[in-house]
Design a protein around this ligand. Structure first.
Ligand code: PMP
Length: 285
């Protein structure tokens, strides 16, 4: 089915949604994006996603040519135009058309694009049985080179690690930072459970501070599960009682094997299940 896309200031049919070959989003990955979910017609944590988009844009000196209110309305209009109540929304702001040089100051017309579609989650059996993942040799890019907190259109660092995962027949891969500490997976944050306590790497481990991650941390607190940010090594993962990943697309997904080591008893653990249920209740609330 042909989709309706929001482009800059209006809704257009998919085939009319086009960007210039001179757009630096295409030429250099110069731009920012967000991935959001809508559940029963309600966009989950829309404000948090818009704040993160604006922060990403600020960090790269990109001025978004819409107000947050107008962007929020455009998200809702795009969902409606595609008759979607439960869907995935991709928000993109490119640097706009420029010259073949890098200079972003010579670009004009940043493009605001909103795509709403259905989401293909991981197959159901992965949620029931848990994922196998491997550690990628590709390190998460250092903050001093490019902050992983910027959700930029340049995802090659993650794609290189994703390729390694796929080559090992895994749909996700673990990424370490330059110090060898656990950062995150290629498109998901990571948590472990140890002695009833939930642990996840802090933002300065070189992660994107996930909105699902933050929601799960809040749910843990409400549920009386001790949750803290901690520097983690692969040893902490291998010896954990439970492990799971979080992300807008993935939601909460158990991990049962890392680098050939069985985690806990090799199936989704009780705290993972509790938080998964709590997350489903939250998004549908
Ligand atoms: N880390 C990375 C690298 C991501 O791209 C994402 C989003 N897919 C996440 C973590 C999870 O963030 P969120 O929960 O906000 O989707």
């Amino acid at each position: 089915m042909a989709r309706t896309i929001f482009m800059n200031d209006r809704l257009v049919p998919e085939e009319e949604a086009r960007v210039s070959v001179f757009d630096h989003g295409l030429l250099y990955g110069d731009g920012v994006f967000e991935g959001l979910r809508s559940y029963s017609g309600h966009v989950f944590r829309l404000d948090a996603h818009l704040d993160r988009l604006w922060d990403s844009a600020r960090a790269i000196c990109l001025e978004i040519p819409l107000t947050k209110e107008a962007m929020a309305q455009a998200v809702i209009d795009t969902l409606a135009a595609n008759s979607l109540t439960d869907g995935y929304i991709r928000l993109i702001v490119t640097r706009g058309g420029g010259t073949l040089g890098l200079d972003p100051n010579r670009c004009s017309n940043p493009q605001v694009i909103i795509i709403a579609d259905t989401i293909s989650l991981y197959p159901r059996e992965f949620y029931e049985q848990g994922l196998r993942i491997v550690t990628a040799a590709t390190q998460r890019i250092q903050s001093a080179a490019l902050s992983p907190r910027i959700k930029s259109l340049n995802y090659l660092n993650n794609i290189m690690a994703k390729l390694e995962g796929l080559q090992a027949s895994c749909v996700e891969a673990l990424m370490l930072n330059h110090k060898g500490e656990v950062a995150e997976c290629t498109g998901d944050n990571i948590f472990v459970v140890r002695s009833g306590r939930l642990l996840t790497p802090p933002p300065d481990a070189g992660i994107l501070e996930g909105i699902t991650r933050n929601a799960v941390m809040e749910l843990a607190e409400t549920d009386g599960i001790d949750c803290r940010e901690a520097t983690l090594t692969r040893h902490d993962l291998y010896t954990a009682d439970e492990c799971f990943l979080t992300g807008t697309a993935a939601e909460v997904i158990p991990v049962v094997e890392i680098d050939g080591r069985t985690i806990g008893h090799g199936n989704p653990g009780p705290i993972t299940r509790r938080l998964t249920d709590a997350f489903h209740a939250l998004v549908r609330a």
